[in-house]
Design a protein. Structure first.
Length: 179
């Protein structure tokens, strides 16, 4: 008789606790939290870091966001070497590899999650597109509110790493990037 594997519905395929998406009104402290984490990263990995960027909805003051700070690090060392990975682990990050995204190594920190860190090559597509999207939302409050509405509708019952939630935003993001 074969035994069925035990599946914990609270844990995703990466072994991370699944947290349902929850939006908060923009918190001005998110910018300071980003700056503090950016300084911490630069202190420990300065020789590998070219730039650190605050991306994602927490970087857009006019919209609600998940209280998870998205950070992109541009580095001439890509993929990150063992010293970089181990340093990030010592700083409390979990390494998830590229998780299916070319030109990005993904790290997360906190339970509940506080940071997503994307380690990327200098000027890579995973750097440029989120920066352009963030800047477009910051420049156009109507566009930002449309995005907020889409995110809230798409998030119902989804966890923070839901592929369906991410995919539901793709068409909107791509249309903004074409402007």
């Amino acid at each position: 008789m074969s035994r069925k594997p035990i599946i914990n519905p609270q844990v995703n395929l990466l072994g991370m606790k699944e947290e349902l998406i929850k939006f908060e009104i923009h918190n001005p402290a998110w910018a300071k939290t980003f700056e503090q984490q950016s300084e911490l990263l630069k202190t420990h990995l300065s020789e590998y870091i070219t730039a650190v960027h605050h991306i994602g909805s927490t970087a857009v003051p006019s919209i609600k966001a998940k209280a998870i700070i998205d950070i992109t690090v541009e580095s001439s060392v890509y993929p990150p070497n063992n010293l970089i990975v181990n340093s990030l682990i010592e700083l409390g990050y979990l390494s998830h590899g590229n998780a299916g995204v070319a030109e990005r190594y993904w790290f997360s920190k906190g339970v509940p999650r506080v940071f997503n860190l994307h380690w990327c090559p200098i000027n890579g597509a995973v750097v440029k597109s989120p920066l352009r999207f963030r800047d477009a939302l910051k420049a156009d409050e109507t566009l930002a509110k449309e995005y907020e509405t889409l995110k809230i509708k798409a998030s119902y019952g989804k966890h923070i790493d839901s592929p369906k939630y991410a995919a539901s935003k793709d068409n909107f993001i791509n249309s903004v990037l074409l402007l």
